[in-house]
Design a protein around this ligand. Sequence first.
Ligand SMILES: Cc1ncc(COP(=O)(O)O)c(C=O)c1O
Length: 240
Amino acid sequence: MASEFIPFNRPYITGKEQANIELALKGHHLSGDGPFTRRCHQWLGQHTGSARVLLTHSCTSALDLAAILLDLKSGDEVIMPSFTFVSTANAFVLRGAIPVFVDIREDTLNLDEGQIEAAITSRTRAIAPVHYAGVSCEMDPIVAIAKRHGLRIVEDAAQGILASYNGTPLGSIGDFGCLSFHETKNIISGEGGALLVNDPSLGLRAEIIREKGTDRGRFFRGRSTNTPGRTSVRRFCRAI
Ligand SMILES: Cc1ncc(COP(=O)(O)O)c(C=O)c1O
């Protein structure tokens, strides 16, 4: 019997998926960071201009990484729109921070940039604009506010791949951008995401945190003599 419901989404399939899965199987590399990850990093770097791209298991994981990289302390505040997916808030709440919800604009359903400054306190550390449905937030005023108050910006660009603001790709404007490749999005991998690290000085630290506190990435590039996964606790603490 035909379903009476209009499906929420239909995953977009290019037709090359099975052949590529077979290639991965033949290459005996089924975990991440193999040839396909490298191609994704390269493609995303080219299309976003971001200093460092790190594939993640989801946009939720990318937001978690960004929250760790912000080095938030309990009671710190992060400003975000009152209308978003739970992961935007959860990432910061899990680090002990307080989400400060600011109302959205009627026309774009995005964070109302005109209401941000009134929400800033001495505890505010970051702003997390969400580009709802790939429609850009007004980033120029948001960046200006962040600069004025010394705040970091984490763009939740889960829905915003290949969309732009005044010609700049979404996710590459703030300090960090978080993308989703969940099957409901425009480019998909079933579940998946990416962290765009736009501040080059944070690239290595982001890589170490993604590698569970080890310098595995550098080891495989031949830059470290540590055995991956054996990084001492002291080095781990310094890294994060
Ligand atoms: C705005 C927003 N942020 C974060 C996420 C989480 O993405 P993921 O499912 O890849 O973890 C979503 C997912 O729908 C989203 O819409």
